[in-house]
Structures are given as structure tokens and as C-alpha cells.
Design a protein around this ligand. Structure first.
Ligand code: FE2
Ligand code: FE2
Length: 191
């Protein structure tokens, strides 16, 4: 799916389905952090006008997703607990170059890869959950996250040569698959 080099393991799907409350709480935090990441790009690169406009759009949509997931949690009587951290995202961020201008490109492509993996995981959940309400919930969200993947990669091609973007995305996608392979399949969106 998208640029990803691997599918999630069945162990992750099974664990997620058995712990949907935990998945929902982690998911709400992921949406909040996706909004924060988009906003952080506007802080770091305010001079990139087109990018800033698109990041504001993404941040608004991610905040709406946060609200949607949080509302669902409250409605179902699930306790919203503290963020337990995200090994996957933390590791992806270590791949971002410290050099200018590659740091900007890598930040966009890491953003794209997180969207792509979220999308893949939502598609697994949409396919396997029993509740038709949750099937629709995850299907709607995966379409939106796929759109965000496209926005991040389109911005990268706006500021860098297409071939540079293609090559670096390929390198980072291979490393992303290695990180996913190390995951312990815990009941979190990127577990
Ligand atoms: Fe989202
Ligand atoms: Fe997103």
C-alpha cells in the first residue's frame, strides 16, 4: 500500500482486535501528535509559504480526527489515559538528516511514511473488526490519512527534484519496514 515495503503482521492485527479500547486511546494520541507535527513544520520553516498553507490544512484535519476519536472514547465510556509513547515514530525521526536542506525533505518524507503506515493499519482494522460502526470509522479515516500521505509527498516534489524525492523515499521506506519488523505487535496503532 502506498510506498510501504511490508504489511503488518497478523500478530499485530489479532492483538489489536483483542484490545480495541487500548487501540482507541493510543489512536487519539496519534491524531493529536499528527496535528502537532504539522504545526511544528510551520514553526521550523515559516518562509515556505505553500508548505505552511498545506500544513495548516493537515493540522486542522488531524485535530478533527482527534476530536472524533476522543468523542468515540467518551461515548463508549472508555477511560482516556496518558500517552504511552511511540517507539515506531521515535525511531523514524532518528532517520531524519541533520543537514540542510535534506532535513526538510526527510521531515516531509517521514511524515508521509507515518501517514502511510497509519493508513495500512486502519485498513487492517477496517477489514477485521466485527462492529460495522468501527468498520466505517476506520474506512473513513484511512481515506483521509492516504490523502495526507499524498500531500506530504507532493510538497516534497514541490521543493526538491522528483528523482531526489523518489530515491530518498525508497531508502526511508526500506528503513521503515526494518523498524516495523522489530515491533512487538503491542495493542497500539504503531505497535
Ligand atoms: Fe488523522
Ligand atoms: Fe494524517
Amino acid at each position: 500500500m502506498l510506498c510501504l515495503k511490508s504489511d503488518s503482521k497478523i500478530e499485530w492485527v489479532e492483538n489489536a482486535l483483542e484490545n480495541l479500547d487500548q487501540i482507541l486511546v493510543d489512536h487519539a494520541h496519534c491524531e493529536r501528535k499528527a496535528a502537532t507535527f504539522a504545526l511544528s513544520m510551520t514553526t521550523r520553516y515559516p518562509e515556505k509559504v505553500s508548505m505552511v498553507s498545506k500544513m495548516i490544512e493537515i493540522a486542522l484535519e488531524e485535530l478533527e480526527h482527534f476530536q472524533l476519536v476522543h468523542n468515540y472514547i467518551v461515548e463508549k465510556g472508555i477511560e482516556f489515559t496518558k500517552d504511552s509513547g511511540n517507539f515506531f515514530v521515535q525511531n523514524l525521526h532518528t532517520l531524519i538528516s541533520k543537514q540542510v536542506p535534506m532535513r526538510f525533505l526527510d521531515s516531509l518524507l517521514v511524515g508521509a511514511l507515518i501517514e502511510a503506515r497509519s493508513c495500512e493499519r486502519f485498513s487492517q482494522l477496517a477489514k477485521h473488526v466485527q462492529s460495522s460502526e468501527l468498520q466505517k470509522f476506520y474506512s473513513d479515516l484511512l481515506a483521509s490519512e492516504a490523502g495526507h500521505y499524498t500531500i506530504y509527498t507532493d510538497i516534497a516534489r514541490e521543493y526538491f527534484p522528483k528523482e531526489t524525492v523518489k530515491q530518498r523515499l525508497e531508502e526511508l521506506a526500506l528503513k521503515e519496514a526494518e523498524i516495523v519488523d522489530l515491533l512487538e505487535n503491542t495493542a497500539t496503532i504503531h505497535g
